[in-house]
Design a binder for this molecule. Structure first.
Ligand code: NDP
Ligand code: ZN
Length: 353
């Protein structure tokens, strides 16, 4: 079968591989729609998590089940499914600690385009199909559904990690598709004021659509100063980081109030150390909590997010600014994610309606 792969750090291309085989609990799926992720760009072009050779890219997909193992109960060939970016091993004891993302080791729940071949292929393998796949309702179009697998779960996880409460003032640093879903998640959780930090007009318009009340353009000066000015020097209750470079945590710590939470879902692709200002962190005593997390995956999470789309709590379709038809467009879509032209939020490749 054909797949679009990371050949090595800095190089991508089409390769041929064996079609994957199912184990007793697994499924083989063929993609109906896929989307490239900024994380693929960090992985390939920054070498952010180390060298990988001939690894098929992609971890955002909806698909059709082609084959299932003998023990799979709830899925059969022909079923249309949402495939989470994170497909943990659910039979490892660590899962009972509550962090399925790290079942089998730190970040080991993130398998596609990290530790195994991803979804940019004619077929891909899903471990533990009953626990990781979710049925796709017929009334959700593919370009919306493919946003569930990673963008919604990640952005919403930012809002969950930040423990946003009713009326909180929240800053969201970065309003690409992840940050936009963090804005939407903050609104759903009852934030009062949502200050969105970005620069491109298309993203600013989308941030307003998803619930931002204020916009800070990081190209117009220091974002800490701008946020402090907007809040009369008080700062914000919560910060979600969904973009920017290695100084983002420091900036977030500066703008969050004592007792506040900084929640990071950004994938820091460069630098060995992420600095924070000693005095801004109250010399270690400010009760400013810093958290960071990989998005939740698995079936139940997908089913809950599907309901949010199905019952019109959020419309992730607005983020699909560039929709291509045909498997061969995967290459172009991935490279668009690298170059990020001004009107791009997220490219989607529809392989079959
Ligand atoms: P995008 O590149 O589309 O968006 C990044 C945003 O950050 C843009 O709004 C951009 O502004 C803004 N930005 C860039 N530089 C700065 C700066 N110096 N200060 C403030 N804002 C800045 O990224 P995505 O939304 O696709 O992804 C966001 C991050 O989330 C990525 O690192 C990705 O790898 C990661 N990720 C993490 C996951 C997880 O599980 N934790 C899962 C999926 C993704 P502008 O308007 O100028 O473009
Ligand atoms: Zn991703």
């Amino acid at each position: 079968m054909k797949g679009f792969a990371m050949i090595k750090i800095g190089q991508v291309g089409w390769i041929e591989k064996e079609k994957p085989k199912v184990g007793p609990y697994d499924a083989v799926v063929r993609p109906l729609a896929v989307a490239p992720c900024t994380s693929d760009i960090h992985t390939v072009f920054e070498g952010a998590i180390g060298e990988r050779y001939n690894m098929i890219l992609g971890h955002e997909a909806v698909g059709e089940v082609v084959e299932v193992g003998s023990e799979v109960k709830d899925f059969k060939p022909g079923d249309r499914v949402v495939v989470p970016a994170i497909t943990p091993d659910w039979r490892i004891l660590e899962v009972q600690r509550g962090f399925h993302q790290h079942s089998g080791g730190m970040l080991a729940g993130w398998k596609f385009s990290n530790i195994k071949d991803g979804v940019f292929a004619e077929f891909f393998h899903v471990n533990d199909a009953d626990m990781n796949l979710a049925h796709l309702p017929e009334d959700i179009p593919l370009e919306k559904a493919v946003m569930i697998s990673d963008m919604m779960t990640t952005g919403f996880h930012g809002a969950e990690l930040a423990e946003i409460g009713l009326g909180d003032t929240v800053a969201v640093i970065g309003i690409g598709p992840v940050g936009l879903m963090a804005v939407a998640g903050a609104k759903l959780r009852g934030a009062g004021r949502i200050i969105a930090v970005g620069s491109r007009p298309a993203l600013i318009e989308a941030a307003n659509f998803y619930g931002a009340t204020d916009i800070v353009n990081y190209k117009n000066g220091d974002i800490v100063e701008q946020v402090m000015k907007l809040t009369d020097g008080k700062g914000v209750d919560r910060v979600i980081i969904a973009g920017a470079g290695p100084d983002a945590i420091d900036k977030a710590v500066k703008m969050v109030k004592p007792g506040g939470i900084v929640a990071n879902v950004n994938y820091f692709g460069e630098g060995d150390v992420l600095p924070i200002g000693r005095l801004d962190w109250g010399a270690g005593m400010a009760h400013k909590t810093i958290k960071g997390g990989l998005c939740p995956g698995g079936r139940l999470r997908m089913e809950k997010l599907i309901d949010l789309v199905r019952y019109n709590r959020v419309d992730p379709g607005k983020m699909a600014t560039h929709v291509f038809r045909g498997f061969e467009h995967i290459e172009k879509a991935l490279l668009m994610m690298k170059d990020k032209q001004s009107d791009l939020i997220k490219p989607v490749v529809i392989i079959e309606e």
